[in-house]
Design a protein around this ligand. Structure first.
Ligand SMILES: [Zn+2]
Length: 116
């Protein structure tokens, strides 16, 4: 079992709080589904993101919600051809086909919408 980084757990907790606040604003107590978008990161896998969300939603109104994740393109730089900056889901440079370097994002996961 991989240890989850603290900043990932903090992000997950903030997103769950955001989801609960949105449900409360709509006068609902239970959240049926959570839709997240994820961005590629050097050291964070989608499985780690899912595990962090799952840990933080226990004993919240989102505890039994369906979880949906959609991968969004990240920003990369290719140092193989010409320092090209580009967006991609898989990180492969459109010029040379080499895998580029991820440009770190502030967030690796964001809440897109909730279903109550
Ligand atoms: Zn390239």
């Amino acid at each position: 079992m991989t240890q989850l980084p603290d900043d990932l757990l903090l992000q997950a907790r903030a997103l769950i709080n955001q989801a609960v606040a949105e449900a409360t604003a709509q006068g609902k107590h239970d959240i049926r589904a959570l839709y997240f978008v994820t961005y590629p990161a050097e050291d964070i896998t989608p499985e780690m993101i899912r595990a962090a969300i799952d840990t933080m939603r226990q004993a919240t109104p989102a505890g039994h919600a369906e979880l949906h994740f959609a991968a969004k393109p990240g920003r990369y730089i290719c140092w193989n051809c010409c320092g090209l900056r580009y967006e991609a889901v898989d990180g492969v440079c459109p010029n040379c086909g080499h895998e580029g370097l991820v440009v770190p994002m502030e967030m690796v996961v964001a809440l897109e919408r909730i279903e109550v």
